[in-house]
Design a protein around this ligand. Structure first.
Ligand code: HEC
Ligand code: HEC
Ligand code: HEC
Ligand code: HEC
Length: 496
């Protein structure tokens, strides 16, 4: 061996040894201490009682059950104690959403006071996305996101929840979510709505009070997506508004954003095996898409927080709820009709919406079953024309998202009646086209398909986990998700 090569070997050996030692050292070393994000306790809303007793009392009252029978379709927490689940009301959804947590439990909304409690009670599969789920629930969301950074979105739900000071852990939307220090309206969720507004070309610092009376609600009553990384971990909460404009966020644009971006696909539909995205409570988008009331300058607060006289002073009713349950007080500022007449008008719109929703929903569910059959036949060797199949899938997904949009928008068509009927008619059309194309493909391949398709709905309706409850006699939490103790937290997360 030459001297040169001896030196080389020596260098290699020492480097190798030190590398080895260094690695060994790493695993032997005590874990790097994780500096916990310091979450500052927010002002207690109780402190507002003295200064703003009427607003505080209204806000508190969102915990009370609403009178049963006043609303036809929105019965989240009526005095009858029944929990209304969308799967019971629209059974086709149990089939279409099978594969997602929503199919296991999807209750109608109830008062703001319950937003966190309802998460603790709901089927845990619904919280798989992690910290993201707290974005529209806790007043701590902006702080958690700021301090935990991107980890906030993907950390387990109960881990993030446990970082909230204990006394505020079940606190839902509160004064500071909608108000600044001088009680002016403000957007507290810059990390979601702020970015959404930018996509619409709307500058957050140029918003008028009239717009804010809607936008404070649009922090949560909007559709959103939770993009996932390669490991199916949540990375963000985004509003699919790119390509849309203020006053024109159409269902089409939302659907096209979701369909064109694979990372927005959050779940796999059992029946078809397709990876799909979600649409959730698009109240703001649907209402602001040129509805009659948007044109008339009405804001969410006009109908849901009507001006009310208390002790000779006019205040905004902070008991946010269905206008049908608060006897349509907010409508009187513009309508001369009495409350009962208006209520009937609302019912007419909702009945019409539900009628088309049900028809298009079942039509779409039938196509899903046809895809299921096609896939089974393909497995046993049936050759299906790929073009026809691809076109059928295209139309099927378009129908599916429209049905979902209208099933989860919470006003049952009222916020924008003409838009409701347009969207649902298109859903019908897409479902019919998908059905036609897929049947043609199957016929070409030599397969006879019966006209009537068995949806096997019982299978989907009866397969909803153990959490299925129909009664909520008292509103205490029976078996809340255990909150992670400080010591149990994974330490491989944020070093802050
Ligand atoms: C921080 C998020 C957030 C904000 C801001 C918010 N909401 Fe909600 N809202 C929710 C959630 C979540 C629920 C469902 C709660 C549940 O079912 O536990 C809900 C429920 C409701 C309900 C149903 C109440 C019932 O009695 O069934 C209405 C109506 C409503 N919101 C309207 C509004 C309006 C109007 C605004 C603006 C003034 C607004 N919300 C602001 C998150 C929010
Ligand atoms: C979901 C959003 C939201 C929450 C939560 C909320 N407010 Fe409001 N608040 C509003 C809106 C909208 C107005 C109407 C503002 C306007 O038109 O300028 C309002 C108005 C007010 C006003 C002005 C007088 C009036 O009644 O119109 C006060 C005071 C007030 N709120 C106090 C509170 C207090 C105290 C809390 C917490 C206990 C609270 N608000 C929680 C949305 C909210
Ligand atoms: C012109 C009046 C009006 C305006 C403006 C309005 N809503 Fe509504 N909203 C209604 C009516 C009526 C219903 C149907 C209630 C029912 O069926 O019980 C409703 C239903 C809802 C529900 C479901 C209530 C429940 O009990 O489940 C939510 C949530 C909601 N609206 C939020 C909003 C938001 C957010 C905005 C603004 C983006 C808005 N609304 C604008 C009148 C209005
Ligand atoms: C800011 C004013 C304003 C408020 C508040 C308001 N409306 Fe309207 N509403 C209008 C105008 C303007 C029209 C269109 C002209 C018409 O049909 O009277 C309209 C139309 C309607 C229609 C016809 C269907 C449609 O959407 O085109 C119904 C039904 C209706 N309103 C119900 C209600 C109910 C229920 C409330 C309260 C929950 C309410 N409105 C609150 C201004 C208002």
């Amino acid at each position: 061996m030459s001297r040169k090569s001896i030196i080389l070997v020596a260098i290699l050996l020492t480097t190798g040894a030190s590398l080895y030692l260094w690695q060994g050292n790493l695993s032997a070393a005590p874990p790097v201490p994780v500096k916990e994000a310091q979450i500052e306790p927010l002002d207690d809303p109780g402190a507002m009682e003295q200064k703003y007793p009427s607003q505080y009392a209204g806000w508190k009252a969102t915990a009370q059950p609403t009178e049963s029978g006043k609303s036809r379709y929105k019965r989240g927490y009526d005095s009858d104690g029944v929990v209304y689940d969308k799967m019971d009301q629209y059974p086709f959804l149990a089939l279409l959403l099978s594969g997602s947590g929503y199919a296991l439990e999807f209750n109608e909304p109830r008062g703001h006071a319950y937003m966190i409690e309802d998460q603790l009670e709901v089927e845990p599969a619904r919280l798989k996305a992690g910290g993201s789920c707290l974005t529209c629930k806790t007043p701590y969301a902006p702080q958690l996101q700021e301090k935990l950074g991107d980890n906030y979105f993907g950390l387990p739900y109960k881990d993030v929840l446990s970082r909230i000071p204990e006394e505020h852990r079940t606190l839902g939307v509160t004064c500071g979510d909608c108000h600044g220090t001088d009680m002016e309206l403000r957007i507290s969720r810059a990390f979601t709505l702020g970015k959404g507004l930018e996509a619409l070309g709307k500058k957050p610092d140029e918003l008028k009070t009239a717009e804010m009376r809607t936008l404070v609600c649009a922090q949560c009553h909007v559709t959103y997506n939770i993009p996932q990384n390669d490991k199916h971990k949540s990375e963000d909460v985004v509003f699919p508004w790119q390509g849309s404009e203020w006053g024109d966020i159409s269902a089409e644009n939302i659907i096209s954003r979701i369909r064109k971006n694979a990372h927005l696909n959050e779940w796999t539909q059992n029946v078809t095996g397709f990876r799909l995205g979600y649409i959730r409570h698009p109240e703001f988008e649907f209402f602001s898409n040129d509805s009659t009331h948007w044109q008339a300058g009405a804001a969410c607060a006009d109908c849901h927080m009507p001006a009310t006289e208390v002790d000779g002073k006019m205040i905004s009713d902070h008991r946010v709820m269905s206008p049908l349950k608060s006897d349509l007080r907010g409508c009187a500022q513009c309508h001369e009709d009495n409350a009962e007449t208006l209520r009937q008008k609302v019912f007419v719109i909702q009945d019409q919406t539900v009628s088309v929703l049900i028809r298009s929903g079942y039509a779409t569910a039938a196509v899903a079953k046809l895809f299921e059959k096609t896939h089974a036949e393909q497995k046993s060797g049936l050759k299906v024309n790929p073009d026809l199949y691809a076109q059928a899938r295209e139309h099927y997904e378009e129908a599916f998202y429209r049905v979902l949009f209208m099933a989860v928008e919470n006003s049952v068509g009222f916020h924008n009646p003409t838009e409701a009927s347009r969207i649902l008619k298109d859903a019908m059309g897409h479902a019919a086209t998908a059905d036609h194309l897929l049947r043609r493909a199957l016929e070409q391949a030599g397969l006879e398909v019966a006209t009537e398709i068995d949806l096997e709905l019982e299978k989907y309706l009866n397969n909803r986990g153990e959490k299925k409850r129909m009664f909520r006699p008292e509103h205490e939490i029976k078996d809340p998700l255990p909150v992670v103790q400080e010591s149990e937290r994974k330490s491989d997360f944020p070093v802050l």
